[in-house]
Design a protein around this ligand. Structure first.
Ligand code: KG4
Ligand code: ZN
Length: 340
């Protein structure tokens, strides 16, 4: 069967995105980010996100079609994120997809946002032979999620552990806010940490006691940063700030790596992926590459452009579903929360 040709749309949070994919091969991926808009409020403002999706949605579709050099007649189906996410934001891509479907006759494929992230390390460019999607173990870490997922097949996901409170990206964002570094905090802390001493401040590593427990907790770490600032004041030099960032990042990374190694020992998969915004983190990537060598597993990470939210991953997931004849039922709605 020829690789399914999918026009994909995504608007679950603060990126308006459209992509043109052929199976897992990405022909065009366009992302209109609202990060600067929300930065002044220190986080995503749902109402503003919806309004900006409305103005950005049609231009990103035009841009993606132009970059791929194809028209609507080229496609087999339209893939769109139906959840989880901000309902008012999700509605924009879903309504546009419904309209395009009515106008063109192309069928709709609803995609779970997190399934899109799970597919992101498998997106290929040009000549790369597609890798097998399953089985593998995924560490999914973003602003809203921290989960260890045993991917047994398409649509067959066992969540082995997740966060009890803050997600990993949320921890980065909250720590950055406490340090006056703006939003989103992950990329800034990542950059500063590169010049810091990870052993400068002994921040806590939560939930490391039991190997059987694959849950995370990051809210105590955020409190530890607040207490540190209370006791020592804001870091007084660039080096002191870098040291706090490096120490904070090391605490997050060591917990993520320890839990992932324990999960892999449990499920025994030889392939491991990291996905979501935090998978861009250089400290995490380096530590996992080292663990891969030590433990003898293969690590697959998405290229940086597919770590954050994008439509290429939604297109890839829709293509896999289309090829396998698996649809989500009922056909295409919006869901604030949605089980994987
Ligand atoms: O997947 P994503 O773009 O959006 C969702 O939350 O779904 O993830 C955004 C999160 C933010 O919390 C951001 O601070 C974090 O990913 N992030 C990072 C890095 N780049 C983005 N965290 C650590 N290091 C990074 N380089
Ligand atoms: Zn996401």
């Amino acid at each position: 069967m020829a690789a399914p040709r999918i026009l994909a749309l995504e608007s679950s949070c603060d990126e308006t995105a459209c992509a043109v994919v052929e199976g897992l091969f990405v022909r065009a991926s366009v992302v209109a980010s609202q990060v600067e808009l929300h930065a002044q409020f220190g986080g995503v403002v749902p109402e503003l996100a919806s309004r900006h999706h409305l103005t950005a949605a049609v231009p990103v579709v035009r841009e993606a079609l132009a970059r791929a050099g194809v028209g609507f007649e080229w496609f087999d189906a339209i893939g769109v994120t139906e959840g989880p996410g901000l309902v008012g934001a999700l509605l924009v891509a879903v309504q546009l997809a419904r309209g395009l479907s009515l106008a063109t006759g192309l069928p709709l494929v609803g995609v779970h946002h997190m399934e899109g992230h799970l597919v992101s390390p498998f997106l290929g460019d040009a000549d790369a032979p597609p890798a097998e999607f399953a089985p593998h173990l995924a560490l999914s870490v973003s602003g809203g999620h921290s989960e260890l997922v045993h991917v047994q097949g398409l649509g067959r996901y066992e969540v082995l552990g997740s966060t009890r409170d803050d997600a990993a990206g949320e921890a980065f964002d909250k720590a950055a806010k406490l340090l006056g570094l703006g939003y989103p905090g992950g990329p800034v802390i990542d950059r500063l940490a590169a010049d810091g001493d990870p052993n400068a401040v002994p921040f806590p590593r939560a939930m490391l006691g039991s190997r059987d427990n694959l849950e995370f907790s990051f809210s105590g770490l955020k409190t530890a940063v607040a207490v540190y600032i209370d006791q020592h004041g804001q870091p007084s030099s660039r080096q002191a700030l870098a040291d706090v960032c490096a120490s904070f990042q090391a605490a997050v990374v060591s917990v993520l790596v320890a839990k992932l190694r324990a999960a892999r020992r449990r499920v025994g998969t030889s392939l491991v992926t990291i996905v979501g915004g935090v998978s861009a983190n250089r400290g995490l990537r380096a530590a996992l590459a080292e663990a891969a060598t030590r433990d003898g597993f293969t690590l697959r990470v998405p290229p940086l452009r597919y770590c954050g939210d994008n439509a290429a991953m939604i297109g890839g997931a829709a293509a896999l579903r289309w090829a396998a004849g698996i649809r989500r039922e009922p056909p295409v709605e919006v869901y604030a929360s949605l089980a994987l």
